[in-house]
Design a protein around this ligand. Structure first.
Ligand SMILES: Nc1ncnc2c1ncn2[C@@H]1O[C@H](COP(=O)(O)OP(=O)(O)OP(=O)(O)O)[C@@H](O)[C@H]1O
Ligand SMILES: [Mg+2]
Length: 311
């Protein structure tokens, strides 16, 4: 049996009805699985269908086809709700409430016993660095401060699963750093995290899985190191080993030179080339490291979308 899955969609499809126009297909047969304990980045350009998917997972809108399971139950099951922490894409908070009052209401709705509620609220406000502002009105908060309050309410119930729609939006570099720490702490606690984002460098840092969506269709999904490693492999040729360099350089797709004079040759993911490189390397008296080449997530993202948009 495979690992436990916390989100499973199968052929999930959403067509929005529009007045006097054909329906808009926002999601087209999306099939993804999020394993328990994952930090899963949900990526795609504007309009790709990320928020639509998240809304279906949270049962805020209905799909027009396919299935969505969350924590092992259909996404409309009410029992799973209190095990999920959710940050919507444009959270609407009551501006006249203080941060503390707002979280107190959230805590009551989540049925956190009153004795536990106060300390728990203070703890999450501390976590999102908003404790000094707990008695201030939400209406006076900046975009980033609101986002922090949104994250605070999402983690208030120590949920098994966090579903966050663009949690990094509006955060300053400190906020982004803190958010990454929060997510890793949640993961260490045993929670699974599924979030959409456009900030690929942050996604690359904390996510172990990603999916890329374009125009409602899934382009790829899986373990990040597998997806990024698919680009090939590199060999580092020590300085002055011209013999090996000459043999390998013609097969390389990319070459660069290090300060000490060593060469980094990057080869495409091709078994035949790998075999030839291994043969040359094994004959050499120098130690030559051959390792998987990891593409940057940003390069992988643009390459994947470019290939899709060509079709
Ligand atoms: N209520 C709606 N009625 C009609 N079309 C909609 C509706 N909501 C979303 N869409 C369309 O569905 C598509 C997917 O939108 P969605 O909000 O899911 O994208 P997204 O990936 O979250 O984008 P972003 O990165 O901008 O947040 C878009 O083409 C959008 O115009
Ligand atoms: Mg969105």
């Amino acid at each position: 049996m495979g690992a436990e899955i916390v989100i499973q969609t199968e052929n999930l499809t959403k067509v929005y009805k529009r007045l006097f126009k054909a329906g808009k297909k926002a999601l087209d047969n999306l099939t993804i699985s999020v394993p328990k304990g994952a930090v899963y980045g949900f990526l795609g350009p504007n309009g790709a269908g990320k928020t639509t998917t998240i809304k279906i997972l949270m049962d805020l809108i209905k799909s027009t086809g396919g299935t969505a399971y969350v924590l092992g139950k259909p996404s409309y099951d009410v029992e799973i709700k209190e095990r999920i922490g959710f940050l919507p894409d444009s959270p609407a908070f009551s501006p006249q409430l203080t941060a503390y009052e707002f979280l107190n209401i959230c805590g009551k709705l989540l049925k956190i016993p009153s004795a536990e509620r106060g300390p728990r609220i203070e703890m999450v406000l501390e976590t999102v660095k908003m404790a000094p502002h707990m008695r201030e009105k939400i209406g006076s908060f900046s975009r980033g401060m609101l986002q922090r309050i949104g994250v605070a309410q999402a983690i208030l119930n120590q949920p098994d699963l966090l579903i966050l729609d663009e949690p990094l939006l509006g955060l300053d570099p400190y906020g982004r750093q803190e958010f990454k720490q929060i997510i890793l702490t949640q993961q260490a606690r045993g929670a699974s995290v599924f979030f959409s984002s456009h900030i690929l460098s942050d996604v690359e840092e904390i996510c172990d899985h990603v999916a890329i969506l374009n125009k409602g269709k899934l382009l790829c999904a899986g373990r990040l190191n597998k997806l990024l490693g698919a680009s090939g492999f590199t060999a580092i040729i020590p300085p002055n080993n011209d013999e090996v360099l000459k043999e390998l350089i013609t097969m390389a797709a990319k070459t660069s030179r290090k300060e000490d004079g060593a060469w980094i040759l990057t080869f495409p993911a091709d078994d035949e080339i790998r075999g030839k490189v291994d043969a040359v390397v094994s004959k050499s008296s120098d130690k030559i490291n051959v390792t998987a080449a990891y593409e940057k997530l940003e390069d992988f993202f643009f390459r994947t979308l470019k290939e899709d948009n060509k079709q």
